[in-house]
Write a protein that binds this ligand. Sequence first.
Ligand code: GRG
Length: 297
Amino acid sequence: QDGDSRSQEHRDPFELVADDLSLVADRLRSMVAAEVPKLASAAEYFFKVGAEGKKFRPTVLLLMASALKFPLSESTEGGVLSILADKLRAPHLNIAEITEMIHVASLLHDDVLDDADTRRGVSSLNLVMGNKLSVLAGDFLLSRACVALAALGNTEVVSLMATAVEHLVTGETMQISTSREQRRSMEYYLQKTYYKTASLISNSCKAVAVLAGHTAEVSMLAYEYGRNLGLAFQLIDDVLDFTGTSASLGKGSLSDIRHGIITAPILYAMEEFPQLHEVVDSGFDNPANVELALDYL
Ligand code: GRG
């Protein structure tokens, strides 16, 4: 290997995708523009600077694209115009954009379901414009994601991303409607977590591999990577719900337990402390039970 490729390998991976990430953020703002002013304000809300969130999914997908040898800004020869031309037809950027639109649609609907007031450190759209516009904006973003997907002209990729949307809905349904036994089962928790969080990451990682023309075997590895990363991401998110602050979380802490959602930290604590079962049984509507549960964590 020559010196150039070695130095590229040792670069901070986030720095490597920083240019593409800001390009994706810019392009997303025009992709979500709507005709009717009210819908335009609602759909653009979480794409504005300061409300864009961590951009975890686009970052992972751009890194995956880099690992799978999609061209990055630097690798293009021939000056600024050819770099721009490359970007405009780069399908991995589209997957990052489509995934973020689906993700934000799910957040908008989630905040309606949970009646949440804060998201990404700002007021939820639900609070600012009401639940009707939040639902409509979510639907609008999903439609725009479909249009962008269709433009890629790859039926396997359409199917992967549609499956991810189906899984988001399935995971959320599992979260809001579970039996007492299911809520106490680690297996159920992991299945729900796959649907709710990991599937969008795993299927979009696979979509990048498919669009890069890789074999079924490599595409499956990309999928597995995304699945494990997604599960790990949610496990950390669940721990942060107990340990984070409003400033670091962008919303109030202890929100899961207050909504009666039993996550991995509680499930592990229940294995160790059987007394906790009684607390979980009597529910977390009562703030005293939240305090009691925290004592065991
Ligand atoms: C309309 C697609 C669609 C789905 C409707 C409401 C619903 C069904 C699904 C919600 C699923 C959901 C909210 C899963 C949680 C996923 C998750 C870990 C969100 C937080 O992700 P971060 O931390 O958020 O990456 P930011 O704000 O940084 O983007």
